[in-house]
Design a binder for this molecule. Structure first.
Ligand code: 3NM
Length: 209
């Protein structure tokens, strides 16, 4: 499973765009994964967005993950769900999803990463690696050292998030990450498609370096 370029949708950063609009740009820019993330949208609207994104990603080779809402992920035919530390625990999530359903978990320490792996997570997302203005409650930056320690601690893919851009993506891969997750580095840019494509080149370059 390739997690190289993992793009998360955000209505604030994506000024005026729907989540499906953003997913289409992400796919056009070569995203390996698109995550639908919206903590405020009513479930009916979020479901409609998820169904649209499933259609957009269906034959693209881009995986589709839904943040938090395992019910909407399942109902829309998404490839997986991304869960936080206070969401339904992965071992319980596992009980209600198909075998090949992807479960990703947000972590901030090597212990949380190990616990996530032991409870059946398919990947972990340490964050915030760097300072970010996109998520106000993201907490202090973990730094590359923590990415390194977490990557060494678990054999499942590690996809850090928070403040990652074209300027520092190679250093995140260099610290052992399998991919990078971004919002503003793509949707905060005038040309999101080129921004994504440029990031993908940087990630691929860093992986073969
Ligand atoms: N989660 P940007 S940081 C959605 O630390 C999210 O878990 C984070 O946005 C975490 O790429 C974050 O614009 C925001 O920094 C990432």
């Amino acid at each position: 499973m390739a997690y190289g370029l993992y793009i998360v949708t955000d209505r604030v950063i994506g000024r005026g765009m729907t989540h499906a609009d953003m997913a289409a740009l992400a796919v056009a820019g070569g995203a390996d994964v698109v995550q639908l993330r919206d903590k405020d949208m009513p479930a009916a609207d979020l479901t409609a967005e998820a169904v649209n994104i499933r259609e957009i990603t269906e034959d693209s080779g881009t995986l589709f993950i839904v943040n938090d809402r395992i019910d909407i992920a399942l109902a829309s035919g998404a490839d997986g769900v991304h869960l936080g530390q206070s969401d339904i625990p992965a071992e319980y999530a596992r009980k209600i999803v198909p075998d090949d359903f992807i479960i990703g978990i947000s972590v901030s320490t090597p212990d949380e990463a190990l616990k996530a792996r032991n409870s059946g997570a398919d990947y972990v997302s340490p964050g915030p690696v760097f300072t970010t203005a996109t998520k106000s409650d993201a907490g202090d930056a973990l730094g590359l050292d923590t990415v390194f320690t977490i990557s060494a601690a678990v054999e499942i893919p590690v996809v850090p998030i928070g403040g990652i851009s074209g300027k520092n993506a190679a250093s995140v891969i260099g610290a052992g990450a399998d991919g990078v997750a971004v919002i503003s580095a793509v949707f905060g840019r005038e040309d999101a498609v080129s921004a994504a494509a440029d990031l993908k080149k940087i990630i691929e370059g860093a992986k073969t370096a």
